[in-house]
Design a protein around this ligand. Structure first.
Ligand SMILES: O=c1ccn([C@@H]2O[C@H](COP(=O)(O)O)[C@@H](O)[C@H]2O)c(=O)[nH]1
Length: 230
């Protein structure tokens, strides 16, 4: 299995499935985010599972501990491979979510978002965090590991620091991946696929560079070929 997770950011089930049907489940996993899930509901998870695809449900839960834990349980009950919460929800929220999965003997991977890859230092300052993004990522990733989660969502720019600090096994799921010459769109902390893997990313989340390509399957294969050469 390659480390690539294709973000299916589409406004309808039919558009997401039309793209997913072109993907080889041995070459990638897929991610369902807020737009697609809000429009299509849990049926999209069933449809993607029927295609043999592992699904990362990226709803970034952030709530009081019990509500968050129940939402994580609801996701895991539907057989998703991975689900996430916001690390800034804090220790008790993350521990409750992890414990709920353990109580139900569910092995869905649970990870936490540190600092969104669309944010840079000025964005953090505006919300009262006068520190560089990597400092906040470090702080939240350490807390996430202490809470017993499987890893974090961070940018590939922080992957090497986190590997040194928290070990190679701790998952570093990195959006903001852009092949050379691609536009960054709204992403700010970006890296190419090869550089991200070299830096220690365990999974590469890629949306628009693949889904908006003229030939998405070819774009995916190109990324995987580039990784193999490297
Ligand atoms: O920090 C984060 C957390 C999640 N995302 C999600 O990843 C994809 C990225 O899509 P691109 O089109 O490759 O930019 C998208 O679904 C985001 O919601 C993120 O970008 N950054």
């Amino acid at each position: 299995m390659s480390p690539v997770i294709v973000a299916l950011d589409f406004p309808s089930c039919s558009e997401a499935l039309a793209l997913a049907e072109q993907l080889d489940p041995t070459l990638c996993r897929v991610k369902v985010g807020k737009e697609l899930f809000t429009r299509s509901g849990p049926q999209i998870l069933k449809d993607l599972h029927r295609l043999g695809l592992d699904v990362f449900l990226d709803l970034k839960f952030h709530d009081i501990p019990n509500t968050c834990a129940q939402a994580v349980l609801a996701a895991a009950d539907q057989g998703v491979w991975m689900v996430n919460v916001h690390a800034s929800g804090g220790r008790r929220m993350m521990e409750a979510a992890r414990e709920r999965l353990q109580q139900h003997r569910l092995n869905t991977r649970l990870i936490a978002v540190t600092v969104l890859t669309s944010m840079e230092q000025a964005d953090l300052a505006e919300v009262g965090l006068d520190i560089p993004p990597q400092e906040q990522v470090k702080r939240l990733a350490m807390l996430t590991q202490e809470c017993g989660l499987d890893g974090v969502v961070c940018s590939a720019q922080e992957a090497s620091m986190l590997t040194d600090l928290l070990g190679a096994e701790f998952l570093k799921v990195t959006p903001g991946i852009r092949p050379a010459q691609s536009v960054a769109d709204d992403q700010r902390r970006v890296m190419t696929p090869t550089m991200a893997m070299t830096a220690g990313s365990t999974h590469l989340v890629m949306g628009r560079p693949i889904t908006r390509a003229d030939n998405p399957q070819q774009a995916l294969e190109q990324v995987i070929a580039e990784l193999q050469v490297a």
